[in-house]
Write a protein of this length. Sequence first.
Length: 251
Amino acid sequence: MIREQLLAPTAVDLRAFLMRALRTRDCLIQVGGLAEVSYHGRAASTAEVGSYLVMIKRDGSLQIHAPKGVKPMNWQPKTDEITAVLEEKQCVLLASRRSPMELVRVTFLEVQMAQALELNEEAGFLLTGSEAQMQETLAAHPELIEPGLRVLNRELLVESGGIDLYAQDAQGRFVVVELKRGRATQDAVSQLGRYVASVQRVVGTGVVRGILAAPSITGPARRELEGRGLEFVEVNALPLLKKTTTQPSLF
């Protein structure tokens, strides 16, 4: 499983390791140690120097975990380019995407461990519960899809069918979300594309985003999705909704 492992690598050795692993994109990369993280794009943020675990998956997605908490402190679900450079004798990881323009910058100060792991192709995965329950949970917790997302409607009927979640992002752009409990295929991409086109015809000007949310996606589906300018969000765990009980009314 471990293809390559470095303990307490120098900045030069760490950059060489990252470039080797990133070139093939066929392994899971983990780097743990002291680092500083900054993000520039739809907003701007900086995480002060601390101990972090940086993970780069085979699909190019980036996650940065702090010592506590389930969710990553920072992440980049889609990247167009990931590279490593040397700046002032430090290794710096740069993960960027073009649409929208975003950049995550990780400056490694003191790395304890760097690993390249070979993992087998993931098996099929199905979220517990029905698609309706998945829709209900994500409507109540849209931040699991994207921070700042606000759901406007569920099962919104358009000419091409019913949209699972109709929302607005933090920048006010309309977002069409298609949900799948299992691995998303090209049929799901085509379905999402039709919904986005239907909404675009109604709203006219302005960008209408399309997000496919599922536990995983096939390779051909991902390529078609990216070719259409649509997005994929991995959703493989959902919180339990608290059921509220109400007293029956007399009237």
